[in-house]
Write a protein that binds this ligand. Structure first.
Ligand SMILES: C[S@@+](CC[C@H](N)C(=O)[O-])C[C@H]1O[C@@H](n2cnc3c(N)ncnc32)[C@H](O)[C@@H]1O
Length: 359
């Protein structure tokens, strides 16, 4: 018996809409490299507040080659990252573009976001191989743009929210920090959260830790530059084995889901906290169900999770691989399995959820 296949009907308009959407996405993919290029060459900084420059003027101010700069400017103008005035042939940054592309103190600062995205794409051939074998790929194995981009991406959010909103949302934590608390910042990376807290609470002592030696080296340098080294120390240690005891506060910023054994880490936090201590867990904002996260923030985080977070967890013992979009219910499960009896959502932003866990 033969079956005759019915031709599948393709809606030509829908097909072209999809193709044009893809054209935009290819431009966006390449733009990650171009934003990092503009950031590294100082092109955005030279444009900011300059009131309109020709490619030649911008090249002169940045010590770059005019022909490259002209092409870069055109792609930036086509993507809406730079304004172009056809009458004068000059390019300028609108005030909002200038803030987002050149002000590292602004919560809207973007170059770090692109830098970690570009680093993730650069390493993606390795992830393709790991997806075949099922093996992991450690955080420490990534290119420097992932580590530095991560610091530059997260720091503006911590600057804006950590001291002003997140710590005050924890029961009694700020009083303790003001009078003098012992704090462990676990999975601290380059230490931006550790240093920020140390600057805000001069009576408290901070111990940052991370399993990645390169990150801890940078964190130590950053602490020296910020002149807080007298109250901030850093150690190379996995979350399940950092040293010290009787901590008033343990913090984890965007790292619990990266760990292979988050339950083991939770048990260790429990054993190093004072009985009335607090564990603050900052995680990417996510709903519990896949369908809750099918939006632009969820898209970016699932992508980072595929290229960075899931392979990182799979590279470690247990390899639970929570994923960056774990959601509150799974985080609660990890925290309770680690022996904590109280857990609540204390604060949130469009990008982060902040949880408070108590013994
Ligand atoms: C996304 S980064 C966040 C870094 C930092 N907390 C921040 O907010 O900038 C995740 C960090 O978790 C660290 N990490 C992953 N697994 C770890 C583990 N088992 N123990 C300690 N640190 C770990 C990585 O080395 C990396 O620095």
């Amino acid at each position: 018996m033969s079956t005759i296949e019915k031709p599948v009907e393709v809606d030509g308009d829908k097909l072209m809409q999809f193709v044009f959407r893809a054209v935009d996405e290819v431009g966006a993919t390449l733009n990650a490299a171009l934003v990092v290029m503009g950031d590294k060459l100082g092109l955005y900084r030279a444009l900011a507040g300059a009131g309109g420059l020709s490619p030649g003027e911008l090249a002169l101010r940045t010590g770059t080659a005019e022909r490259y700069v002209r092409e870069w400017l055109n792609t930036q103008a086509a993507g809406g990252y730079v304004e172009y005035d056809p009458d004068s042939g000059r390019y300028a940054l609108a005030p909002e573009q200038a803030v987002a592309l050149t002000d590292p103190e602004s919560p809207a600062y973007l170059p770090g976001f692109f830098q970690i995205a570009l680093g993730s794409v650069i390493d993606s051939p390795k992830i393709v191989e790991k997806a075949r074998s099922g093996d992991g790929f450690g955080w420490h194995e990534h290119v420097h743009d992932v580590h530095e981009g991560c610091e530059r991406f997260f720091r503006p959010g911590y600057n804006a929210h950590l001291v002003a909103e997140w710590l005050p949302a924890l029961d009694g934590a700020v009083d303790k920090l003001e009078s003098g608390a012992l704090v462990a910042d676990v999975g601290c990376g380059h230490g931006s959260s550790t240093i920020l807290m140390a600057q805000a609470f001069p009576n408290s002592t901070f111990v940052g830790s991370d399993y990645h030696d390169g990150s801890i080296e940078t964190a130590r340098r950053r602490a020296c530059e910020a002149e807080v080294s007298d109250r901030v120390s850093f150690q190379i240690a996995p979350a399940a084995a950092y040293s010290g005891a009787a901590y008033d506060l343990v913090t984890m910023f965007d790292c619990l889901h990266d760990m292979g054994d988050p339950v083991g880490a939770a048990r260790h936090v429990r054993s190093t906290l004072k009985p009335d201590g607090t564990w603050m867990i900052v995680e990417p904002n996510a709903g519990d169900r896949v369908e809750d996260n099918l939006n632009p923030v969820g898209r970016a985080y699932y992508a980072f999770s595929t290229l960075l977070c899931t392979p990182a967890s799979l590279s470690q013992e247990v390899g639970l691989a929570l994923g960056a979009q774990a959601g509150e219910a799974r985080i609660r499960g990890v925290v309770e399995a680690g022996g904590f009896t109280r857990f609540r959502r204390a604060a949130e932003t469009p990008f982060n959820l902040v949880f408070e866990a108590r013994p």
